[in-house]
Write a protein of this length. Structure first.
Lengths: 431, 272
């Protein structure tokens, strides 16, 4: 006879662990099931952890969590073939408490976080795959694992099984992705000494830098590349929507190689040793792709609920916040003794009132706009580079004339009307 | 039947890196795991208990507090309970001091429940010495049987066990008196995929942790670094094998060449 839990959480990433942690802290009996050898062994993200949402779960986590560097500088590059227009912000206040965000390596961080849950009483089981949700009269009552006598039961099952949530698909909440709804990101962890990183990125020991790169980093396709500094390694990666990859007949690892050998990027990683190679699907459908998130005895959190802000590259923070909201809903549902869809829909309401859905809604047409009108990445980035080159090259031409020429080169390329159209469209998409 | 399995937490040597300067293992470069041979020892104990239909399996380990992870792993495989001896006094122990400390812990375990069988892996993958098992047997004055590949017959009423052990060119059958100590090879069994109930039990399980003060009649000079006469003279990484022959051509051609080379080496197929 299998015992019954209050909550079963499937997955030990940021969303699942946030939910399990908060539930256990409030006295619920929680079973968390992870398919990897340990939490974090199968998890992938670019590598930036946002302080705010983590702090709401574990205050002052930076005092003990295995973090790499606090991010004190964010750079943005509009990159062309042999040039780049960049802007950014560096603030030393981000290097002090309470910090802004941190670079992290997922394997140690997720392990630490899951272990905090275990300290609160979560029963964490690794190396176990959940095959399906068990349902009874339309209500999810537990899960079936791949282990002998593998059925376990609970009042609520939380699906935190990632972007390609097979369990949500089985329940009919997800459909198969369209290629423009997911991005494929490939990344490498490149080992470099601390001194080299500090020199190349103009940092001190406990300072980190992130660079987001647009334009030629994806050969002008919809997507971005990133470079994040860890203590003694660098995360470098690039992602584009599957649809643009198919259209441009690009292979993801070729694109990463292209990026690593780009003259603007190569000097930063020169001499580094590739330590890890990772690839991950990222839901980018945004607002339009958010599935049903609450059902009878079941909730979806994090990537499984497609909660990713593609424009701002935020995902882990939404995962944590959604995990916490799910937990709060479950705690109240438990006090009412009602785990029906109507009762659990409180989670959906919380989600829709929070920054998560509001942000996703703000950008609901952005990815689509940029995908549909490739000129933003393909034409404007090179145009900006040409303009900057012209403006900053000292060649005896009066500056006023240069400005005129630049304006002319803009309008002669795409025409004034089309530029105005493009600007309006972009503004509408992100306003 | 009360079986005690001695287990050790080791770095996963499949992926561990060697510090090129000191020639020592860089333990941070690999996750800590249950020594694979010990896992087979636990699995064999589970098998014996299942066949007898009754019994208790205890696991015993020595190490830092985080070594409780290998006890939990043993519970997943099917052990009933676990003990960890953990104390600064044990630190830096070689095989002599380790077997001394473990035999003292076994003394305490058997006081509460007499021990019939002690099982160990044939060696730990980080040290490869294979001395701790026989060292324990010697101190407890029971027969050690090393390199066991099969527990062929276990007669509880006559306190006898028939064992198959691996030797250079085959195996030998040995009958041993219970209590005795076995060290096992990997071939003895395959690790089964543990049932969900074991996983939940292991996740919940809190191993008993003993310090040196919890053990009786301990001569502290025989513990830890003090009790370890082993001196490491020199450490080196074995050189990569050289020589050999590289086959060129398409896969089909290479296979053809390989088959030709193999069929010329008749001695490969004649032994056993």
């Amino acid at each position: 006879m299998s015992e019954k839990f209050d909550v079963i959480v499937v997955g030990a990433g940021p969303a699942g662990t946030s939910c399990a942690y908060v539930c256990a802290k409030n006295g619920l009996k929680v079973l968390q099931i992870e398919r990897g050898e340990y939490p974090g062994s199968k998890n992938v993200m670019g590598g930036v952890l946002y302080r705010k949402q983590m702090e709401e779960i574990i205050p002052e986590f930076w005092k003990e969590a295995p973090l790499e560097r606090p991010v004190i500088e964010q750079r943005f590059w509009m990159m062309d073939k042999e040039s780049s227009v960049s802007f950014g912000y560096k603030g030393l206040e981000w290097g002090k408490e309470p910090y802004n965000n941190f670079t992290v390596l997922r394997a140690p961080f997720d392990q630490w976080f899951a272990n905090k849950g275990v300290e609160q009483g979560v029963l964490l089981i690794n190396e176990t795959v959940v095959l399906e949700c068990l349902t009874e009269n339309g209500k999810v009552v537990g899960v079936r694992t791949d282990r002998p006598d593998g059925d376990v039961f609970a009042d609520v099952v939380v699906l935190a099984d990632g972007v390609n949530s097979l369990l949500a698909k089985q329940l009919g909440y997800h459909k198969e992705f369209r290629p423009d709804e997911v991005a494929l990101t490939v990344m490498e962890v490149v080992n470099l000494t601390k001194d080299k990183i500090n020199d190349r990125f103009n940092l001190e020991d406990n300072q980190g830098c992130t660079i987001e790169i647009f334009g030629d980093s994806t050969k002008g396709n919809l997507g971005t590349a990133f470079i994040y500094t860890n203590k003694e390694s660098i995360n470098i990666g690039v992602g584009t929507t599957l649809s643009s990859m198919i259209k441009a007949k690009m292979k993801p690892y070729d694109l990463l190689d292209y990026l690593k050998n780009h003259p603007m990027v190569r000097p930063l990683i020169e001499g580094g040793e590739s330590a890890e190679y990772l690839a991950h699907l990222i839901p980018e459908g945004g607002y339009h792709s958010v599935p049903k998130v609450a059902g009878n005895g079941v909730l979806l959190v994090g990537d499984a609920a497609q909660l990713v802000n593609a424009i701002h590259r935020e995902g882990s923070n939404m995962a944590m916040a959604s995990g916490k909201m799910a937990a709060e809903t479950i705690i109240e549902a438990k006090s009412r003794g009602d785990f029906s869809e109507a009762s659990l829909n409180q989670y959906r309401e919380a989600l829709y009132q929070s920054f998560i859905i509001k942000d996703l809604e703000k950008y609901k047409d952005a990815a689509h706009t940029f995908e549909h009108y490739p000129q933003y990445f393909k034409e404007y980035v090179p145009m900006m580079n040409r303009a900057a080159s012209k403006f900053f090259t000292v060649d005896g031409t009066p500056k006023k004339e240069k400005q005129k020429e630049i304006m002319k080169s803009f309008t002669s390329g795409r025409g004034t009307i089309r530029i105005l159209q493009d600007m309006y469209r972009a503004w509408k998409a992100v306003k | 039947m009360h079986i005690v399995v001695c287990v050790k937490q080791v770095p996963d040597t499949k992926i561990i890196k060697i510090n090129p300067k000191t020639n020592t293992l860089d333990r941070r470069s690999a996750p800590a795991i249950l020594n694979p041979y010990d896992a087979h020892a636990v699995q064999e104990a589970v098998k014996i208990k299942k066949e007898l239909g009754k019994g208790t399996i205890s696991v015993l380990s020595m190490g830092p507090p985080q070594a409780t992870a290998v006890i939990k792993k043993s519970i997943e495989i099917g052990a009933d309970r676990g003990f960890l001896i953990s104390d600064r006094a044990f630190a830096g122990a070689d095989t002599l001091a380790t077997s001394y400390a473990l035999s003292k812990a076994l003394g305490r375990i058997s006081k509460e429940m007499p021990v019939d069988l002690i099982m160990c892996g044939k060696h730990a993958i980080d040290g490869d010495t294979g001395q701790v098992g026989p060292g324990i047997a010697r101190r407890l004055d029971i027969p050690p049987v090393t390199n066991v590949i099969e527990v062929s017959e276990l007669n509880e009423s006559e306190n006898k066990v028939l064992l198959k052990r691996k030797i250079m060119n085959g195996y030998e059958l040995i009958q041993a008196q219970i209590p005795c100590l076995l060290t096992v090879e990997k071939d003895i069994n395959s690790i089964e995929y543990a049932p969900m109930s074991n996983m939940i039990k292991a996740a919940r399980y809190e191993p008993v942790i003993w310090s040196v003060n919890d053990l009786e009649d301990v001569d502290r000079t025989q513990l830890g670094l003090k009790g370890s006469p082993t001196i490491v003279g020199k450490m080196f990484t074995p050189p990569k094998p050289e020589g050999g022959k590289r086959l060129e051509g398409t896969p089909e051609e290479q296979v053809k060449q390989l088959m030709g080379l193999l069929s010329d080496k008749k001695e490969l197929f004649l032994s056993q």
